[in-house]
Design a protein around this ligand. Structure first.
Ligand code: NAD
Length: 260
């Protein structure tokens, strides 16, 4: 059970982040959810999480591309719960384009959101975790933290960086009861994947079906999309006592993609 623990999941109004939030709530954790979307739908989500956990769930609308906004989110969490026991850096975005025409603003956005935001949340969460002598830092990295695909230069760079960052903090925090690990999914069917299909069709001159079968699932030997719930189950395990000696690792859940 995670009763009495507080989990902050960035980018938890959708997709994989929402699945983590639900999994933590089912174990009784308090929650800080974050991300963009329809205010009414997010409030419904927040109430459902509280009903499931029997604890408290709060919503942070902060934009994680900005350090000052991340500071405000972490202050909001500290105000409500004293601090964060489980930090899940999950918010992320994608853009697909050849490197020579990769929009500079998209590069900056992806590095800020997919990589730098994890540095800011971590530096702000760690003092409390060290004091409590317990903490879990979990990154949604990606198969793209281990291998590359063409036309995803910013994303692959950010995710490789996130994997290196995670190993570094795992070493720094090893004697404090705080673990840091990456979970690296292959393709999970979420809005992030759905939204990149049109650009991939353009970049590769393919139909939608060709993109799904010949690009997305081509490298995934199981020929299945990973589910968000399967990713969340790994996070739950990482929060258990059984996982207290798992730190600095990068756990693949990619249908065999990176085995090849
Ligand atoms: P998603 O688009 O469904 O969710 C992204 C979340 O991030 C949303 O809640 C969104 O509101 C939030 N977000 C976007 N910009 C933000 C900002 N500036 N500040 C705060 N929140 C912001 O995507 P997803 O597929 O669930 O992706 C979640 C994570 O999983 C990402 O880091 C992604 O790179 C990673 N991932 C996804 C897949 C996949 O196949 N879907 C595979 C590997 C890794």
């Amino acid at each position: 059970t995670l009763k009495g623990r507080t989990a902050l999941v960035t980018g938890s109004t959708s997709g994989i982040g929402l699945a983590y939030a639900k999994a933590f709530a089912a174990q009784g954790a308090n929650l800080v959810i974050n991300g963009f979307g329809d205010a009414g739908a997010i409030e419904q989500e927040r109430l459902a999480l509280e009903a499931a956990s029997g604890g408290k769930a709060i919503y942070s609308a902060h934009d994680l591309t900005r350090a000052d906004e991340i500071e405000a989110m972490m202050a909001q969490a500290a105000e409500a719960f004293g601090g964060v026991d489980i930090l899940v850096n999950n918010a992320g975005t994608q853009h697909v384009a050849p490197v020579e025409s990769f929009p500079v603003d998209k590069w900056n956005l992806i590095i800020a959101l997919n990589l730098t935001s994890a540095f800011h949340t971590t530096r702000l969460a760690v003092p409390y975790m060290k004091e409590k002598k317990w903490g879990r830092i979990i990154q949604t990295a990606s198969a793209h933290s281990l291998v590359a695909s063409p036309f995803k230069s910013a994303y692959v760079t950010a995710k490789h960086g996130l994997a290196g960052f995670t190993k570094t903090i795992a070493l720094e925090l090893a004697t404090f009861g705080v673990t840091a690990n990456c979970i690296s999914p292959g393709y999970v069917w979420t809005p992030l994947v759905e939204n990149q299909i049109p650009d991939t069709m353009k970049a590769r001159n393919m139909t939608r079906e060709q993109v799904i079968n010949d690009v997305l699932l081509a490298g995934q030997p199981t020929k299945q999309f990973v589910t968000a719930e399967q990713v969340a189950e790994i996070a739950l395990f990482l929060c258990s006592d059984a996982a207290s000696n798992i730190t600095g690792t990068n756990i693949s859940v990619d249908g065999g993609w990176t085995a090849g």
